[in-house]
Design a protein around this ligand. Structure first.
Ligand SMILES: [Mg+2]
Length: 319
C-alpha cells in the first residue's frame, strides 16, 4: 500500500456511498437468503444449527499496512475466521464484517479490502452477507463467521484419547518465517512472505476430518505446540510429536531460516497464523492428513520426540 494513494477518501465519498461500492456486483452464495441492503441479513441454516465464530484484527497488532496490501488484509481476516469454522468440522457459509478506519483512508483501499474478503470467501463457496463501516483512529476489522455442520457433530478439543494418532492438514511455520523476513526487510522468499500476509488454510479438511472420525481438532493460530496444548488440556491427555514428520517443512524453511539466523524448528513448532488444522484420530487419518504424533496417557502436556518443547511457546494475545 502506498500511503499517498490518490483518490477520494472515505470521508469524501461518505459511508453510504462507500458501502454501495463495497456491495455492488457481488454474487451471494445460496446460503445467504437476504444479503446487504436491509437492517439485517438472513442466512439459510440447512443443518438447523448455526456454527458461529468471531475474530478481530487490529492494525499494528495483527497486520501492518506497510507489509500487507488491503487485499491481503481482507483475505487474512476471512481466512482466520473460516479456519475456526473448519476446526469444528463445519463449512463456512457467510461472514459479516465490521470495518473501522480513519476518515482520510482512500475509498479505493476499502474496496480492495472487500475484494480480498470476497476472493477468500468465494474460494470456500461463502459470501459476505453484511457489515458496518465506522470511523476509527486505526484500521480495525471484526469478522463474524457463520457455518453449517451439514448433520455432523461438532469436533471439539476435548475428545482426544490415549492411543489416538495426531495428524495435520495444511502447513506450519510459513507465516512465522514470512514474519521474520518482513521484519528483517528481506525482499526474497516471496512465497513465505506471502503466506504471512495471507495464510492458506486447508479449506474442506475440517469436514474430511469429522467424517474420518476425528476425536478432537483445532486450527493452528497460536503455534502447533501451543494449540495442541489446548487439546491436551481440554482432553486431559499428553501429546508427543515426531520431529521427523516435519523434515520436509524443515527443508522448505531452511534457506529462509539461515538468511535471518533463525531456527526453522521454532517456526514449525512455535509459529502461528498458518491456520493449518490439527486433529486426533483413533485410526489412520483420512487422505490429506499427515501423521505427526501420538496421544499419550497422563498429565496434559505437549512434547517433541519425548522432550518438552523449549522453544517459543506461541502467540499470546496480551503480551
Ligand atoms: Mg481457532
Amino acid at each position: 500500500m502506498a500511503i499517498d494513494d490518490a483518490g477520494e477518501t472515505l470521508a469524501q465519498v461518505g459511508e453510504f456511498a462507500v458501502i454501495e461500492r463495497l456491495v455492488a456486483g457481488r454474487r451471494q452464495p445460496d446460503a445467504v437468503a437476504l444479503g446487504p441492503g436491509d437492517d439485517a441479513a438472513v442466512l439459510h441454516a440447512r443443518d438447523g444449527r448455526t456454527v458461529v465464530s468471531t475474530d478481530m484484527l487490529v492494525a499494528g497488532r495483527h497486520f501492518r499496512l506497510d507489509w500487507s496490501t488491503p487485499h491481503d488484509v481482507g483475505r487474512k481476516a476471512i481466512a482466520q475466521n473460516a479456519a475456526d469454522i473448519e476446526a469444528v468440522g463445519a463449512r463456512a457459509t457467510a461472514f459479516v464484517v465490521a470495518f473501522g478506519a480513519p476518515a482520510d483512508t482512500p475509498a479505493a483501499q476499502a474496496l480492495a479490502l472487500a475484494d480480498g474478503m470476497w476472493q477468500e470467501a468465494e474460494s470456500m463457496g461463502a459470501g459476505i452477507a453484511g457489515g458496518d463501516l465506522v470511523s476509527a483512529p486505526q484500521w480495525v476489522i471484526s469478522v463474524t463467521a457463520f457455518g453449517d455442520l451439514d448433520g455432523r457433530e461438532p469436533v471439539r478439543r476435548s475428545g482426544a484419547r490415549p492411543g489416538d494418532i495426531v495428524a495435520l492438514a495444511g502447513d506450519v511455520g510459513r507465516s512465522a518465517a514470512g514474519y521474520e523476513l518482513w521484519r528483517n526487510g528481506i525482499e526474497r522468499f516471496d512465497e513465505l512472505r506471502g503466506r504471512h500476509v495471507a495464510p492458506q488454510p486447508p479449506y474442506g479438511q475440517g469436514r474430511v476430518a469429522a467424517d474420518g472420525g476425528a476425536t478432537a481438532m483445532t486450527d493452528v493460530s497460536d503455534g502447533l505446540v501451543a494449540d495442541l496444548g489446548h487439546i491436551a488440556e481440554a482432553s486431559g491427555v499428553g501429546v508427543d510429536l515426531s520431529a521427523a514428520a516435519f523434515s520436509d517443512d524443515r527443508d522448505d524453511l531452511a534457506g529462509a531460516a539461515e538468511y535471518v539466523g533463525a531456527d526453522p524448528w521454532a517456526w514449525i513448532f512455535g509459529g502461528g497464523e498458518d491456520h493449518a488444522l490439527v486433529a486426533t484420530f483413533p485410526e489412520v487419518p483420512p487422505a490429506g492428513w499427515k501423521v505427526i504424533g501420538r496421544v499419550l496417557d497422563g498429565a496434559a502436556r505437549v512434547s517433541v520426540d519425548g522432550a518438552v518443547w523449549q522453544g517459543n511457546p506461541g502467540w499470546q494475545s496480551f503480551d
